[in-house]
Design a protein around this ligand. Structure first.
Ligand code: N01
Length: 531
């Protein structure tokens, strides 16, 4: 059987960097990637308007000034094609492709206690033996398409934003229906509306959205980032979200005068981006604080929509601001001022079925030549559970996680030796700049593997008690916030039957990074290292 030191699942930002790091340690690594190219989420999410919501100067690798020197971002928030070009540039520069098998999905990873090795299988018949399995599968990569009766009879074409055709889709002259108004819907709807003859948007939950404020980058911003990259990234690791632009205001809303608070809201709203959520330190901790900001946001949102009844429908009123992922948009709310765009509230007019000609909701048929499902992802656990992972005594990881993911630090799970997750559940991951969190994990895993090698140790495994304590700690922290109040994908609430558990670690990148360092300083406290 073919053998490798490590198998890496996925060739997005995480898998690419992991491969680079393991190679630099002199290890053999094989990456498997379902797509035909590198990129992960940016390979699949090619829907119109797909764009990053973290600024491009921060949403790039931070480990190499040399890589950065050869690349120039053009916009404040990079669009999907530019990010994918960047990832291909990195793959070329680091000569990564020779160790990546594309169009190949890992189907199984089974641990053998006798040999202390994993056997990894793919849908193309590969079978490899390896010491380490590293899941670089991404948090938002397993698309979620809820069951809609009748979809199989629909006469037109339908698409999911998370698996968009590479050749693009031309909606010119078509009647289009979009289901879903999360970030993907909010980004794609304005551009679909520009082409479509008629657009019907089916909204279940109105989301908080604010103008992204995208613009071309200034040459001085680019020049500055070229010299400050390494320092900026070291600093980003000490912050809450791994983002340095617009630091949060630590003052509580109760410590601010109304005038101070309103000035803070205004400045941050107009700056665009996630800055608004940093207006005061108690944003996701207190209802009173949160509703002050939510009221301000609703007021600003309503100013963008001409029809009062339509504006009312578009204003979120069933969850605190910031506890579902805030959307950043470019012209989203204004799209509903267009005469050829309709909004259907599916809470009042539930979608009953897809018909041959469109969507039937609330007893009425809405004609459509094309359907777009912007219905999101089986987030954080979907792509991991899709692989048949078996640890000690043949235990299935997905069985172990049936009531919610169980990890220590989001890096590993008890009973699954030498299996690592990059940005797994229980780590800051989706509450942070993903690139910062990815780099922290990749470097931690690399150091850990080096430690095992230098000490002639074969195995690292999470200690069950440490895992139980970490899971309890994450749950307790989440319960002190407003996060559990929303039906968000953070909570698994968007996928039928998924356990309702807050999955990311809400304590912030800086605190989490300190914990990672303490664990290493105490020779991998909470893990068991053995020969
Ligand atoms: O998915 P979502 P997404 N009937 O789960 C609706 C990242 N991302 O792909 O809210 C009717 O947020 C659902 O309604 P509800 C980002 O982290 C980033 O948009 O569950 N509607 C919701 O409106 C983001 O948060 C970027 O009531 C149904 C929508 O579908 C994450 O990915 C861009 C339904 C799903 O929204 C996911 O975003 C895009 C049903 N049966 C994505 N089922 C950027 O970088 C679901 N919905 C900017």
């Amino acid at each position: 059987m073919e053998t490798k030191d490590a198998i890496i699942v996925g060739a997005g930002f995480a898998g690419m960097y992991m491969l680079h790091k393991l190679r630099s340690e002199g290890l053999t690594a094989q990456v498997f990637e379902a797509g035909e190219g590198v990129g992960g989420t940016w390979y699949w999410n090619r829907y119109p308007g797909a764009r990053c919501d973290v600024e491009s100067l921060e949403y790039q690798y931070g480990f190499s000034s040399e890589l950065q020197a050869g690349w120039t971002w053009t916009e404040r928030y990079a669009a999907q094609p530019e990010i994918l070009r960047y990832q291909n540039y990195v793959a070329d520069k680091l000569n990564l492709r020779r160790d990546i098998r594309f169009s190949t999905r890992v189907t199984a990873a089974h641990y053998d206690e006798g040999s202390n090795r994993w056997t990894v299988e793919t849908d193309r018949g590969d079978q490899l033996e390896t010491r380490f399995v590293i899941m670089a599968t991404g948090c938002l990569s397993s698309t979620s398409l809820p069951k809609f009766d009748g979809l199989e009879n629909f006469k037109g074409d339908w698409y999911h934003t998370g698996g968009w055709p590479h050749e693009g889709v031309d909606f010119t002259g078509k009647k289009v229906a979009v289901i879903g108004t999360g970030s993907s819907g909010v980004q794609s709807i304005p551009l679909i509306a520009e082409q479509a003859e008629h657009l019907t948007v089916f909204q279940r939950t109105a989301n908080f959205t604010l103008p992204a404020g995208n613009r071309p980058l200034k040459s001085e911003e680019i020049a500055r980032s070229r010299t400050s990259l390494l320092d900026d990234r070291a600093y980003a690791r000490t912050t809450g979200a791994g983002i340095i632009a617009y630091p949060g205001n630590e003052a509580l809303s109760t410590e601010m005068t109304e005038a101070e608070r309103l000035a803070e809201y205004k400045a941050r709203w107009e700056a665009g981006g996630f800055s608004f959520l940093g207006s005061h330190g108690d944003m996701v901790m207190s209802h009173d604080a949160n509703s002050l900001a939510a009221d301000y946001a609703r007021e600003r949102m309503s100013q963008r929509v001409k029809d009062a009844a339509c504006a009312e429908l578009l204003l979120p009123n069933d969850h605190p601001i910031g506890v579902k992922r805030l959307c950043l948009d470019t012209g989203y709310l204004e799209t509903f001022n267009e005469p050829h765009v309709d909004l259907v509230n599916v809470r009042v007019h539930p979608i009953e079925r897809i018909t041959e000609q469109g969507v039937q909701a609330g007893g009425k048929e809405y004609e459509a030549d094309a359907l777009v499902f912007a219905t999101g992802f089986d987030a954080m656990t979907g792509a991991i559970n899709a692989v048949d992972i078996r640890g000690r005594a043949g235990e299935k990881l997905s069985d172990k996680w049936a009531a919610g993911p169980r990890t220590y630090l989001g890096l590993g799970s008890a009973g699954f030796p030498n299996l690592f997750f990059i940005t797994g559940p229980g780590s800051p991951s989706v509450l942070s700049n993903m690139i910062v969190s990815i780099e922290m994990h990749v470097e931690w895993i690399t150091d850990c593997i080096r430690r095992l090698g230098s000490g002639n140790l074969g195995t690292i495994e999470v200690d069950k008690q440490a895992e139980d304590e970490w899971v309890a700690h994450v749950n307790e922290m989440a319960s002190e916030t407003l996060y559990p109040e929303a039906n968000s994908w953070y909570m698994g609430a968007n996928v039928a039957g998924k356990p309702r558990v807050f999955m990311p670690y809400p304590g912030g990148v800086g605190v989490y990074g300190e914990k990672l360092a303490e664990v290493v300083a105490a020779d991998y406290e909470g893990f068991r290292l053995s020969a």
